[in-house]
Design a protein around this ligand. Structure first.
Ligand SMILES: Nc1ncnc2c1ncn2[C@@H]1O[C@H](COP(=O)(O)OP(=O)(O)OP(=O)(O)O)[C@@H](O)[C@H]1O
Ligand SMILES: [Mg+2]
Length: 266
């Protein structure tokens, strides 16, 4: 028996009300068990990292939390109320912004249009309300302001189509969009995987700023120094299950990797 499976024994969290919580999520793909009874709680203003080897179920977990997958079993609550997201748009409308590992950007659209994808601003009056014409000028001005405020400086021109950007710049746009619109929760699946040192640090700063604004962040990353720099708590996935929840104070990076690989229990 693995006694540490479902208990967050590291921090006395019971008195706080989670913003987002999941209980015993199960997701199978044919014979493959993506998630095997995983529970998770995300508290106000915290950065919760999710780590684990390839195929451990990290992406499946956040897909179930954000409407990209529908779990076979289990319950999800947002602000203490049961939710049943059927598609990512449902979660977005509820205030959860997600940057998926496979970036959901539209390559042919420009940076500003991508930032406002699905929530386009319309021109004032008849042009907007009846003809549904989008207000490109305002969207560009606001997108520029958002990117500047978020400290993303490598993007010069928001009128450039996404397909002309570098991989890292695309990732920066996706993260900026999530940070700008995530009103309750921001979920980032490997946001620094394609980024250089400078851009990675900008994303880490962005995560810290979201925390300062009181917005909790779920961060999936293979980068242990990044995880240990920003995370308040670390959820460790192993073979579709939660192996433990630790903190950077309670455990070292070596401990975390050992739990991840099964060399150590907690
Ligand atoms: N659409 C799918 N169809 C079939 N199997 C899937 C599907 N999505 C995920 N899986 C399987 O579920 C398991 C968990 O995958 P998941 O993508 O959640 O892993 P991960 O922890 O995010 O890995 P990585 O670090 O490589 O991103 C894997 O065995 C994977 O092959
Ligand atoms: Mg993944």
């Amino acid at each position: 028996m693995n006694a540490i499976d479902t208990q967050d024994s590291v921090t006395p969290t019971e008195t706080r009300t989670p913003v987002l919580s999941a209980r015993r999520l199960v997701k199978t793909y044919g014979h493959v068990v993506g998630l095997d009874g995983v529970s998770l709680e995300l508290f106000p203003g915290e950065v919760l990292a999710i780590i684990g080897d390839n195929g451990a179920g990290k992406t499946t977990l956040i897909k179930c939390l954000t409407g990209a997958e529908i779990p076979d079993e289990g319950e999800i609550e947002l602000d203490g109320k049961r939710v049943h997201f059927r598609r990512p748009q449902d979660a977005r409308e509820a205030g959860i912004e997600t940057v998926y590992q496979s970036l959901a950007v539209s390559p042919a659209l420009d940076v500003a249009a991508n930032m406002y994808l699905g929530r386009e601003l319309r021109r004032p009056g008849f042009l907007g309300s009846v003809l549904r014409m989008v207000d490109t000028k305002t969207m560009r001005a606001r997108a520029r302001a958002e990117l500047t405020e978020l400290g993303i400086s490598t993007l010069q021109d928001v009128a450039v189509p996404i397909e002309n950007l570098s991989g890292g710049q695309r990732q920066a746009v996706a993260v900026a969009r999530a940070a700008a619109f995530g009103s309750k929760v921001v979920v980032l699946d490997e946001p620094t995987a394609a980024l250089g040192v400078r851009e990675s640090n900008q994303v880490l700063d962005l995560i810290k700023r979201l925390r300062e604004r009181g917005i909790p962040v779920i961060l999936i990353s293979h980068n242990m120094p990044h995880v240990f720099e920003v995370a308040d708590r670390i959820h460790i996935q192993r073979l579709g299950k939660k192996a433990a929840t630790i903190t950077p104070q309670s455990h070292s990076m070596t401990d975390a990797v050992a739990i991840m690989t099964g060399a150590k229990r907690e």
